[in-house]
Design a protein around this ligand. Structure first.
Ligand code: NAD
Length: 254
């Protein structure tokens, strides 16, 4: 497949390296308005810049996500969107995809390990809902350059817990007013150094604490997952898909 890399920052470069190293696909375009270095084929994402591509992988900036989805839709290029921090506008993305018959997969985390982590979190939430007696909180740690907080992955973990636990109805970021209401899941975000991404779900009871943690060792897992997602979306019917749709299609689910 000929893959366009949109956004040539930390993630775009990792995806580029993986595609070149594996030799299975080729990089047809590298699009970034600001990035330095050789290999950039266009400074602007347009249908023309995507003309010789079969799919795009997008790791750019939250404020560009919807506009970019519109361009992929217009150009009929299937796309895997890894950009986070814009999900409150997902309904608008869905409307664009439906109107234009686009093929888009969006995920805050393309790592297969995180897909497994999220399933474990949901199952733990279900068990705790049955047994009672445990509270839940989420902590995420990322590098200093991360644009959004909480991370999209922490929000996905919270959604899984809320769907499984009757006692939880929403999230709260940090503890701005001191005490956290009982029905909220506290999410704390730490930004330091170069951490690619660590997420810990803590389930705390009177007698013990259960922790479920995913630690990314590098960005490699996100990049490999994004390439697999791009291969997959290129063969789907038009629609807006999630990582869950993709992983459940893999060998009947993971
Ligand atoms: P980064 O800041 O290193 O790179 C972003 C790049 O996008 C920059 O080079 C910037 O110049 C470029 N850019 C900005 N607007 C653009 C546009 N309109 N067209 C093309 N390029 C544009 O950031 P990063 O660490 O590579 O992360 C990018 C996004 O991916 C963030 O939202 C981050 O949270 C997310 N992310 C997702 C996953 C995942 O698995 N889904 C994993 C890691 C990071």
């Amino acid at each position: 497949m000929r893959i366009a890399i949109v956004g040539f920052g930390r993630m775009g470069r990792m995806v580029y390296g993986k595609i070149v190293e594996s030799g299975v696909h080729t990089v047809s375009a590298v699009i970034d308005p600001y990035a330095e270095g050789p290999g950039i084929t266009s400074r602007e994402l347009t249908a023309d810049a995507l003309a010789s591509s079969d799919a795009a992988i997008d790791f750019t900036a939250p404020e560009k996500a919807l506009e970019n989805i519109g361009i992929y839709a217009e150009a009929s290029i299937p796309a895997a969107i890894g950009t986070t921090g814009w999900y409150e506008r997902m309904d608008e993305a869905k409307a664009i995809v439906e109107r234009k018959g686009a093929r888009i997969i969006c995920s805050a985390n393309f790592s297969i390990g995180v897909a497994i982590f999220l399933q474990l979190v949901e199952e733990a939430g279900r068990l705790i809902d049955r047994s009672g007696g445990y509270d839940a909180a989420i902590e995420e740690i990322h590098h200093r350059g991360k644009a959004d907080a909480p991370s999209g992955t922490a929000l996905m973990a919270a959604e899984r817990l809320i769907s499984a636990m009757h006692a939880k109805t929403g999230i709260i970021r940090g503890n701005p007013e001191g005490r956290i209401p009982d029905d909220r899941i506290g999410i704390s975000s730490l930004r330091v150094g170069h951490v690619p991404g660590t997420h810990t779900v803590t389930l705390d009871g009177e007698d013990d604490t259960i922790e479920i943690r995913h630690t990314a060792r590098s960005r490699s897992g996100f990049a490999s997952g994004a390439i697999k997602a791009a291969e997959w979306i290129a063969c789907q019917e038009p629609g807006l898909y999630t990582m869950d749709d993709f992983t459940s299609a893999l060998h009947g689910g993971i």
